[in-house]
Design a protein around this ligand. Sequence first.
Ligand code: KMH
Ligand code: ZN
Length: 272
Amino acid sequence: MDPLIITVALTGAEVTPAQQPHLPVTPAELIDAAVACRAAGAAMVHLHVRAADGTPSSNPDLFREAVAGIRARTDLIVQVSTGGAVGMSEAERLNGLTARPDMASLTPGTVNFGTEVFWNPPDLVRRFAERMRSLGVVPEIEIFDHGMLATAVKLQAEGLLSSSAHFDLVLGVPGGAPADFETALLLMRKLPQASTCSIAAVGRNQLPLNVFAILSGAHVRTGFEDNIYYAPGRRAASNAELVARIARIAFELGRPLATPAEARWILGLTGR
Ligand code: KMH
Ligand code: ZN
């Protein structure tokens, strides 16, 4: 197995500061959180930005400030979100790319998202993939449901996505694929052969699916975007606390952690 790449999704767009008082909101808080997560074992950060009042934002200045600060203080791989928040325009969702990240998320399909709809029709996905390619930003393909995998494979066949792409299985969103081992295994088996993948899962399923990822040779995404609890009834004190737990479990299971430099090599970003 490759060394384990831990990605931390620091803040997302849905969790509110009222739900998780330690949610990083400002660029300074995102940068501090990223530094702590790097020290705890993360190799990559998945980034959304928030307005000062905590509401989801697509302000390119916030993205640029956060990315520049993370780059100044860490060697983390920086991945911006192009999913943004439900209801953001296409232009808003592409704002993070102005911060010149290493990677950006790309969701190849529309999915019910709780009571809302995360809108990703085929023409939008193609435009996002083309924009990333033109900027030299490597996509992380976010799979919320089974059909998205088939679409991604189609885009690989068309040459719009690399045949050795990195995927993230995001399991347990209400409306998407469930967060269970059977689904994770099924999706992993259907990934194109040259792929790498991480596994993220929502809420209380984050930890078991992260451990499944460690054991099965996949990589891990943890963080407040997907889960705000350390244990039932006990909110995590920080994103770094969630990262540190994964690092400890990986150590106990004999799977070394990837440094950001090793993760760049594993993901084919070396030299970027
Ligand atoms: N906030 C969700 C609607 C991504 O970052 O690319 C979409 C999302 C996925 O978080
Ligand atoms: Zn996200």
